[in-house]
Design a protein. Structure first.
Length: 247
């Protein structure tokens, strides 16, 4: 029996990763983190998405325990636009000020501790360096290095899975459709939250969010490109031609 632990925030990427894990592993558990993020309302989306996913396919039989860890200390020692009320901007380092230093390193270390105790070999995270904001702890090299460090430090053989590392947001929407069809993409569109501002009131074609922050921009452009590719494929099918793959 294979098992996985998914870092599930309540956003689009982590919801897609959860479906990816449920499609592959016999037993899947989830973990979220409350670190004082200004968009903490995303944690509320977790419960709705988890409840709905349990009714899809045979995923309910595979989906196990969920937990939220209190990492408020991270917010207290961070001076970023995700952990305090400041305008979104580019910091002197050249990184966006939404970058919380060490966030994914801490998340994955705590997740590894849980996975070790629960006997789960695979840890699934939605980090990506294709469509992203330049965060250094989302890079493939960082994840590979951390996997080595965790396994050396815990004398184990954990695998850090990153199914979205080399795909853009349009491909992330397409992956969700492949995994769970229209039901999953609609769930992700209507119930997940990716907005840095935590805007749950503004509803757009691509989902909830302010529509102005970098996270909303990535989500919107990915959704629009995914829909365009779908229309092109449908038209090509009707005409009996194969669509030209995008570069």
């Amino acid at each position: 029996m294979s098992g996985a632990l998914v870092l599930f925030s309540g956003g689009q990427d982590s919801a897609t990763c959860l479906a990816w894990a449920l499609d592959r592993f016999d037993h899947v558990e989830t973990v979220g983190f409350d670190y004082g993020q200004r968009h903490r309302v995303e944690l509320d989306a977790r419960t709705v998405v988890l409840d709905r996913i349990r009714s899809m396919n045979d995923w309910g039989d595979r989906l196990g325990e969920d937990r939220i860890l209190d990492l408020g200390v991270l917010g207290k020692i961070s001076d970023t636009a995700l952990t305090s009320d400041m305008a979104l901007a580019t910091a002197a380092s050249g990184l966006p000020n939404t970058c919380v230093p060490g966030r994914n390193l801490l998340f994955l270390t705590f997740a590894a501790t849980i996975a070790y105790r629960r006997g789960l070999k695979h840890i699934v995270t939605g980090v990506c360096e294709t469509d992203y904001s330049g965060y250094p702890d989302c890079r493939d090299d960082t994840i590979k290095a951390l996997q080595v460090a965790l396994n050396l430090g815990m004398k184990t053989r954990l695998v850090l899975e990153t199914p979205l590392m080399w795909v853009d947001k349009a491909q992330t929407w397409a992956l969700a459709e492949d995994l769970g069809g229209h039901g999953l993409t609609e769930l992700i569109r209507t119930e997940t939250l990716t907005c840095y501002q935590g805007d749950t009131e503004t509803r757009n074609e691509w989902g909830r969010g302010c529509g102005e922050c970098p996270a909303c921009d990535l989500r919107r452009t990915g959704f629009e490109r995914w829909k365009q590719l779908g229309k092109a494929a449908s038209q090509a099918s009707l005409s009996g031609c194969n669509p030209i793959p995008s570069e």
